[in-house]
Design a protein. Structure first.
Lengths: 262, 247
């Protein structure tokens, strides 16, 4: 009977695997995980007590009203942040897609990369200085980070789109800006819309936790109640976060299925 | 919406906040660059990478068995009748719900809770990443395995092979490159996640950043920000290289 020859092992694959293994082992060694709290008798007891302290969640109408307000704040932060980011992102995508020369393209892309590499939470903690505590700093933080993400995605979408319509306008003497607005932008608009909606979904999740550094929304409530050891209230906030995330997931799933079926 | 999010752009131009901002920005240059501080930052950077790697490894260890439980095309009772037996479907659904719960709680909230159990330090961060990523990896692995062609695994199962054999020889070879590339992508996300873990006291670059912000040591903040950008860009590059190598 003929058996197929076994695949040959490449040297580079072995090297990469060895490097990964070294990375994993050195990681575990250098962190020296502290398993103690999970395995000693007393520790299990305190952990159990800590977890039991959460039940039952606070469901008094007054508190639920506060939670609802914080949820609305979270949603508003994410929507506004995404909107600002999308508008500024399109403006930055124009130079970043090479419409205004190679130098402008490289420098704008560098700016977008820098905006994108700094997480929302870090932006929020920096912007607290300029904007003060509260949801405004959170909105700005979401806007700045998302601007980096969306600007890059928009620029890529514009660059990868068909070039013929814009080229024919340019050949007939239309200025680069008008050619962009009348040819490239309308062509990529559906993609721009879908990227923006996708980021909005991400930003709702991000906005829920931004408050941990003091930037408003549900996160701020959670941090506040946990710091005061008001576990019942903290439990309600966590449940509200879970519901918000689950609702967003379900809505986006349903919308996506609806749109792909059409 | 503008009202709820307290959108007051004019606050940015307020004289007092402008002064605070200018003061903050003016001390940004030059970034702190004493040898001592740089070594601290480098250590924190390594801790961030190590947290992400260790967390993802633990997540893998938990997610792979859960995937094995969940994947529908590896069900034996489903063969022939196309209906799973009661206990099998119950087990699959409970695994699904467990994963849903694990990934619905944001990693930062896991970290916030775990810091109170295991104390300050990287352990909380590693566990937070492990919990959230178990949820994400398990779900996506099962989806990838189920969306690939089930014919080979089916044939193996029908001829009396075990589930593990069907997975290794039937389902895995088709899906391996997709599984690998998703795992590497998640590693990149874990690095970004572990950067912010520090803000709740779970070690790494975030914690140094938080400390520097609270001491209003702006030159240190600037150094950490530069390090952060380098770290994220570097990891993007490595992950792109690895994905190209394997796919």
């Amino acid at each position: 009977m003929n058996t197929p020859t076994p695949p040959t092992l490449r040297v580079s694959t072995v090297l990469v695997l060895a490097a990964l293994l070294t990375l994993i082992i050195t990681s575990f060694v250098s962190i020296s995980l502290d398993w103690q709290p999970f395995f000693t008798q007393a520790a299990i007891h305190t952990t159990g007590e800590f977890l039991l302290g959460f039940a039952p969640p606070d469901v008094s109408p007054a508190f639920l009203h506060q939670v609802a307000l914080a949820t609305a704040e979270t949603l508003a932060m994410s929507a506004l942040g995404t909107l600002i980011a999308a508008l500024l992102g399109i403006m930055l995508a124009l130079p970043a897609s090479g419409r205004l020369g190679a130098v402008a393209r490289a420098s704008t892309r560098m700016l977008l990369n820098a905006l994108r590499s700094i997480p929302e939470l870090v932006w929020a903690s920096i912007l607290l200085i300029a904007a003060g505590l509260g949801p405004f700093a959170g909105t700005l933080a979401l806007a700045v980070h998302t601007m980096g993400v969306l600007g890059r995605l928009f620029a890529d979408a514009i660059e990868n789109g068909p070039t013929l319509p814009e080229a024919s306008l340019r050949i007939n003497g239309v200025s680069p800006l008008s050619a962009f607005f009348y040819a490239s932008l309308p062509q990529t608009l559906p993609q721009i819309m879908s990227y923006t909606l996708y980021r909005w979904e991400n930003n709702i999740r991000a906005a829920a936790i931004l408050g941990i550094v003091g930037a408003g929304g549900l996160g701020q409530m959670l941090k506040y109640h946990l710091s005061l050891f008001q576990m019942h209230q903290a439990a309600s906030v966590i449940v509200a976060m879970l519901l918000l995330v689950a609702l967003v997931d379900a809505t986006s799933f349903a919308l996506r299925r609806h749109m792909t079926r059409l | 919406m503008l009202m709820i999010s307290e959108f007051h752009p004019w606050l940015l131009l307020d004289a007092r906040s402008l002064r605070a901002t200018m003061q903050f920005l003016s001390t940004f240059v030059p970034p702190a660059h004493s040898a001592e501080f740089l070594s601290v930052v480098l250590q924190a950077t390594w801790q961030t990478i190590a947290m992400a790697t260790a967390g993802l490894t633990l997540a893998l260890l938990a997610a792979i068995p859960l995937t094995l439980i969940m994947t529908q095309c590896l069900s034996i009772s489903r063969l022939g009748t196309n209906r799973m037996s009661m206990p099998a479907s119950l087990l699959r659904h409970s695994a699904r719900w467990l994963l849903l719960l694990l990934r619905s709680v944001p990693e930062l909230v896991w970290a916030l809770l775990l810091v109170r159990i295991v104390g300050l330090g990287p352990t909380a961060g590693v566990l937070a990443i492990a919990l959230t990523y178990t949820g994400m990896l398990g779900k996506v692995y099962a989806e990838i395995l189920e969306s690939s062609d089930a014919h080979a695994a089916d044939t193996l199962l029908k001829n009396g092979n075990g589930r593990l054999t069907a997975l290794l020889y039937g389902a895995l070879p088709q899906a391996s490159s997709e599984l690998l590339s998703y795992t590497i992508y998640r590693w990149e996300c874990a690095i970004r996640g572990s950067v912010v873990m520090g803000f709740v006291g779970a070690g790494g670059l975030g914690q140094r950043m938080d400390e520097a912000m609270k001491m209003l040591a702006d030159d240190q903040v600037a150094t950490i920000l530069i390090m952060l950008i380098l770290l994220v860009t570097g990891c993007d590059g490595i992950s792109r290289l690895l994905r190209r190598h394997w796919t």
